[in-house]
Each structure stands twice: as structure tokens, then as C-alpha cells.
Design a protein around this ligand. Structure first.
Ligand code: GDP
Ligand code: MG
Length: 670
């Protein structure tokens, strides 16, 4: 049994997740709210021998029912599941971020106020008198920096005080403001006897005046008809949200009056921001920043990738040793082709994930990510995304798993899933290694044309995919730009950043490894043969059997099997092709092929695969799902098996349709 449950409430970017992560470490569970496309984060921590539960509530700007996030947040709080609500505000822009507190006023759950980003406010030359604010509000108030390890002792004390005192927000000054508004007193009087648990009549009155959909519906069900009519007329006559909003800001002003002093005048745009906000150079600067970031992420990635290569080398030696020792082909295969091979696969990509999470985590932390959003919000908005999505897209040219990991910085779940779904259409590093080579083998000087066609299809694919999934993943109100103004730059907190990156990388490693092991094992079983001759394998028999169907997509059984193998990894396709065409003893999937083997099969490929089929095959593997590691990473980031499966099936079918189109175009040309 936990001593208390704390709910974190605050506008986006107020620091909820930073606080949540610091409190819970890896003792957290991320999922979705039942049936909703909204992320649910719960965790626990212990302090002085007591257990506490904590929930990171989805970001929203107010307590109105404008979005799923806001309704979920409101219902969670009003249901009494939390013993105390920790409201976060951004000290560097208190007037705006205290709006959440003003909107909370009237909900009957104890709360306390954390003025986060105290370090930023200090850098701006602001002095904030927390005790003075505390006196006016009647709840514990504290200046805080969620990124500062040393600030947590004080946080725990403030939290305990709020729990013990069951501190309630003093709303009398705010109510006095409301009472000045036409119609307020009458509506409040009419509602006085209505009880909706968790809310005071004042709060209900304000929401009724703001024509909040959920509250209006609730009142319609609870009020007697005559009173309900009166309320409706009064609401119509009132100035609604304009008037109540004015009251809230007036109240915030009165709270801050005398409690905040500013020694310096407003900071002007720095040199860097003048470039970022430039009409033309802004986009170029952002792309340059991301590309540099991408290159930088290779620095921490390389040693990890080298480790993966080391595993490969050891694997070869182990295989030889085991075969010499007379171990059965089955066990050797299981150990080398499934276990160790998967491990090396995951390690190689993990280096990139580590690098990307670190570099882009840093860019987020210092405030560069906000500039990226600012510059690309309009362009990405057309796809239903945020400006930040440009980053995972660029990363995906290197590695789709890195792109998926990079999508972590997108705080809207639906937009995150959509970003990853679109990123799958971007050919990754492995595709760029395989596809140009195959194009050259089959089309010689025509290869560049194939590449151009691939890029054009990529853009089209992303656009179509955004139309296909956008509707159900991204709601209309989220489709507008998010950034209203550029936040100040922050100094990075290296300790917190490294802890976060290492934690996430470790987490990714185990989760991804599990999926990769499972899928490789199944695939390996399908291709395993005792005698070593291909045509004993299940896959061969299935391939032969369904060839009439695969022919529709322009693929014979050989290229179709290579296509299936490319779902594991693009290199897998080459492995399968070389095995089949050189009639090699065994099918090694995902194994690296020596340059010699590839050179040998070139002529065989040209001789055995006609150009239309070759074209179909190239499009099929390019736009197939990127690889199982990317699949696993997608599952980890979206924590939705359903959406991961939908995207995977969509891409597999899409690749086959593209192959079919390419085949028929090929028939016309060649
Ligand atoms: P959320 O949207 O409320 O979950 O906010 P986040 O926890 O994601 O924080 C937004 C950004 O502010 C992140 O880049 C954090 O690293 C940064 N941040 C959070 N708290 C502080 C703080 O106290 N000081 C500074 N300088 N940065 C902070
Ligand atoms: Mg957050």
C-alpha cells in the first residue's frame, strides 16, 4: 500500500516528465489510457521508508474539455485517485503558466505549487518571492529546478507538508473576481445544490459559462428542467470564456503583484535566433543543425558498433569450433544464427540509438529542439505533425530504429506514432547500401534513375501514409503549430541527461532483443534444413506453393523469399539471393555476405531475373518494413502492439503493391 498518490499537472514543457523521471527512475510504467490515443505514465518511489505512487498527467493548457488529454486529466483528478495534485508552473513565464492553477481553482483535491525552472528565471534576472505567493494561495509553494538533483530534498518536504495538511487552494480572491461578471451570481445560485463530486459550484459555474461540453452535458442530466433552461439562457447572455479568462488573469496578476521583480529588461533575440527565425536561412540552419547532430551521434555510436562487429567475429569462430566438435547443425544454427546473430544485430543498432538519444536529448535540453519545431511547424503541420518530427525523419536516413528512438521528444502520442509510421518510408542506411548496388547490377547506367524514382516514391508514400493514418492518430485541434514563442536557452544538466540516456538505452536493449530473438527464431526455423539443401526448408515449399500469387506482384518465388527476408534486415535479402542463386548449402539470413560471393552472383542475377521483376524486387525491398529491430523499437516507443502491427502490415502490403506497379511499368519500358 502506498502512503499517497501524487498527480503531476502542468502545461506542456513545465517539466512534469523531468520531475516524474527523476522521482521514479526506472520504476515507471508507460502505457496508454484505456481506449485512448493518449500516453499514460505511472510510477512509484520511496522516501523515508514510505512508498508513493505518482502519475504524469498528459500535457494540456487548461482544465477545459478541449481535448482527450484535458478530459482524461480532469477526470483523473476529480475521481479522487490522487491524494494531492502537484501543479507545475514555469517560473520563466509565470503569468502564462499559472493559468493552469487558476483553472484548477475550485476542484476539491488538495494541491501544492511548484515554480519550476527557477534556474532559468534566475538567469533572466527575475526574483520570485515564493513565501509571499504561498501566503496568498494558502498552499505550499516552492521554487524548484527539476533538473537539479540537489533540489529534491526540499521537494519531498514540500510534498509531505501538502499531504499532511491536505492543503486547499484559497480561491476567495478569484471568486470575488468572478462575482463581478454578469450572470455569474445567478448561475452559481441556480447550481448551488448541484453536486458533482470533486467540483465546487464556483468551478461548475465557470465551466458552464465557458460552455465546456462535458460540464454542460453533465448539468443537463442533473438539473431539473426549469433550472436547466434558466442556466442555459444566462450562459447565452454572458460573455462566457472572455469574461472568466479575464478574471483568471486578473487574479494571477494580483498573486504575482509584489512577489516578482525583474532586474533586467527583456532579452533581445540572440544572434543564433536571428538566423533560426530567418525566413529562408531558418530552414537551412535547422537542417544543418540536425545533420551535424546526426554526425555527432556517430561518435558515441562507433565504439558500440565495433563491439557488435566483434561479436560477429567471435560468432564465426564459435561456429567453426562447434562444427569441428561435431555439434548438430540444428544446435549450432540455433546458437550462432539465432542467439549470437540477434545479439550482434541489436548491439550494432543500439550504438546508433545511444548516440541519437544523447545528442538529440541534449538539443532538447538546451532549447534547440524548440527552434527546430518553430521553423518546421508549418511544413510538418501539413502532414499533421509537429516541427520536431523533422528530426526523426532525418535520422531515419541513417537508421529507422534511431528515428523511432528520436521520436521520443514528441510529446503527443498520436503525432509520435504517425511520425514513426512515416519514418518507415525513408530508406535507411542498410537500404542505401543494398539498393544502389542491386540497381547497378541490373540497370547499369540507369541506376541513378531508379534512385530518383525511389526518392519520389518516398515523398509520395509519406504523404499518402499521413492521409491514411492521420485521421485516427492526430486530432484536429493538435494539427496547429505548438510553439508560440521561443523559450530561453538552458544550460545542459549532464548528470541527469546521461542517467536518462543510459536508462533508456538499457531499456531499449532488452525489449528489442526479445522481439528480435523471437522473430529470428521463427524465421530460422522456416529456413532450416537438416541436409543443408534449400528445397527441404518450409519456406521453400511455401514459396513454391504460393508462387502463382507472388507472380501477381511481379515476384518469382526466389525474389519473393528474398523480399520476406528483407523484413528482418535489408542485408538479409542479399543473403537469401546469394544463397539461392549460388545454390549455397544453407540459407543464412541476415548474415553478411563476403564481397566475393556478391560479385559471383551478379551475372547469375542478371541472367536469371528479368528487368521488370528486378525493378519490382528493388521497390519491394526498399519500401518493405525496415527491419525487425525497427519493428521492435516502434513497439517500444508507441507501446501499442496494435499500431505496430497495423504499420507493419500496411508496409508489407504497400511494398507488394509498389512492386506490382513497378513490374508493370517495367514491362512497358523493357
Ligand atoms: P513536460 O512537457 O511538462 O513533461 O516537460 P519536460 O519535463 O519534458 O521539460 C521540458 C524541457 O524543460 C526539457 O528540456 C527539460 O529538460 C527542461 N527542464 C525541465 N525542468 C527544468 C528546470 O528546472 N530547469 C531547466 N533549466 N530546464 C528544465
Ligand atoms: Mg511530458
Amino acid at each position: 500500500m502506498s502512503a499517497a498518490t501524487i498527480a503531476l499537472l502542468g502545461q506542456p514543457n513545465s517539466g512534469k516528465s523531468t520531475l516524474f523521471n527523476a522521482l521514479t527512475g526506472l520504476r515507471q510504467h508507460v502505457g496508454n489510457w484505456p481506449g485512448k490515443t493518449v500516453e499514460k505514465k505511472e510510477g512509484s518511489f520511496s522516501y523515508q521508508g514510505k512508498e508513493y505512487d505518482v502519475a504524469d498527467l498528459p500535457g494540456s493548457y487548461s482544465m477545459s474539455a478541449n481535448s482527450d488529454e484535458e478530459v482524461i486529466t480532469r477526470d483523473f483528478i476529480a475521481s479522487g485517485k490522487a491524494d494531492v495534485v502537484c501543479i507545475l508552473a514555469d517560473s520563466s513565464q509565470l503569468e502564462r503558466s499559472l493559468f493552469m492553477l487558476a483553472d484548477y481553482a475550485g476542484i476539491s483535491v488538495p494541491c501544492f505549487l511548484i515554480l519550476n525552472m527557477a534556474d532559468v528565471a534566475k538567469d533572466q534576472g527575475k526574483k520570485i518571492d515564493a513565501p509571499a505567493i504561498e501566503k496568498k494561495l494558502g498552499i505550499p509553494v516552492m521554487l524548484f529546478s527539476a533538473t537539479d538533483k540537489n533540489a529534491y530534498d526540499q521537494f519531498y518536504k514540500t510534498m509531505e507538508r501538502a499531504i499532511k495538511e491536505k492543503s486547499m487552494l484559497n480561491v476567495s480572491a478569484l471568486e470575488q473576481e468572478y462575482e463581478k461578471v454578469d450572470g455569474y451570481n445567478e448561475i452559481c445560485g441556480a447550481l448551488a445544490d448541484t453536486v458533482i463530486p470533486g467540483y465546487t459550484p464556483m468551478w461548475l459555474t465557470v465551466k458552464a459559462m465557458e460552455q465546456d461540453k462535458v460540464v454542460t452535458a453533465k448539468l443537463r442530466n442533473t438539473l431539473p428542467d426549469s433550472i436547466q433552461k434558466t442556466v442555459e439562457t444566462l450562459v447565452k447572455q454572458s460573455q462566457g470564456a472572455i469574461a472568466t479568462g479575464g478574471c483568471k488573469f486578473a487574479w494571477i496578476d494580483s498573486i504575482l503583484d509584489g512577489a516578482v521583480s525583474e532586474s533586467r529588461t527583456k532579452v533581445r533575440l540572440g544572434k543564433l535566433d536571428r538566423i533560426y527565425t530567418h525566413k529562408f536561412w531558418g530552414k537551412a540552419a535547422v537542417i544543418l543543425t540536425v545533420v551535424l547532430g546526426l554526425l555527432a551521434s556517430f561518435i558515441p555510436a562507433l565504439p558500440v558498433m565495433a563491439l557488435g562487429m566483434g561479436v560477429d567475429a567471435v560468432n564465426g569462430m564459435i561456429r567453426t569450433a562447434l562444427t569441428d566438435a561435431g555439434l548438430s547443425a540444428f544446435l549450432t544454427g540455433l546458437l550462432c544464427d539465432v542467439l549470437i546473430q540477434s545479439l550482434s544485430y541489436v548491439i550494432k543498432m543500439l550504438g546508433f540509438v545511444f548516440g541519437v538519444t544523447l545528442v538529440f536529448g541534449l538539443l532538447e535540453e538546451v532549447g534547440v529542439m524548440a527552434r527546430i519545431s518553430y521553423v518546421f511547424d508549418n511544413t510538418m503541420g501539413r502532414l499533421g505533425l509537429q516541427g520536431k518530427s523533422v528530426m526523426p525523419f532525418l535520422v531515419s536516413f541513417g537508421c529507422t530504429m534511431g528515428g523511432a528512438a528520436g521520436a521520443r521528444v514528441i510529446d503527443n502520442w498520436g503525432q509520435k506514432v504517425l511520425t514513426i509510421a512515416l519514418a518507415w518510408a525513408i530508406p535507411c542506411g542498410a537500404a542505401w547500401a543494398v539498393v544502389p548496388m542491386l540497381s547497378t547490377v541490373w540497370f547499369g547506367a540507369g541506376a541513378p534513375l531508379v534512385i530518383v524514382a525511389i526518392l519520389a516514391v518516398m515523398v509520395l508514400h509519406m504523404w499518402i501514409t499521413s492521409k491514411v493514418f492521420g485521421g485516427s492518430l492526430v486530432k484536429k485541434e493538435d494539427r496547429c503549430g505548438m510553439i508560440m514563442e521561443l523559450p530561453p536557452y538552458h544550460k545542459p544538466k549532464w548528470g541527469a541527461l546521461f542517467r536518462y540516456v543510459l536508462g533508456r538505452t538499457k531499456d531499449t536493449f532488452f525489449r528489442v532483443l526479445k522481439v528480435v530473438l523471437l522473430v529470428s527464431f521463427v524465421f530460422w526455423l522456416l529456413t532450416f534444413t537438416k541436409t543443408g539443401s534449400m528445397d527441404n526448408s518450409i519456406l521453400y515449399r511455401v514459396g513454391k506453393f504460393i508462387e502463382p500469387v507472388t507472380k501477381i506482384f511481379g515476384l518469382g518465388w526466389k525474389t519473393f523469399m528474398a523480399f520476406i527476408a528483407s523484413s528482418i534486415g535489408k542485408e538479409g535479402a542479399i543473403g537469401v539471393l546469394s544463397t539461392i542463386f549460388t545454390d549455397h548449402s544453407m540459407l543464412t539470413v541476415g548474415g553478411t555476405v563476403a564481397g566475393g560471393a556478391v560479385a559471383n552472383i551478379n551475372e547469375l542475377l542478371v541472367a536469371n531475373v528479368a528487368k521488370p521483376e528486378a525493378l519490382a524486387f528493388i521497390f519491394a525491398i526498399t519500401f518493405n518494413m525496415p527491419c525487425i529491430v525497427a519493428l521492435a523499437a516502434t513497439y517500444q516507443e508507441t507501446h501499442s502492439a496494435k499500431w505496430t502491427a497495423i504499420i507493419a502490415v500496411y508496409y508489407t502490403l504497400g511494398a507488394l503493391i509498389l512492386a506490382c506497379i513497378a513490374y508493370h511499368i517495367g514491362l512497358l519500358i523493357f
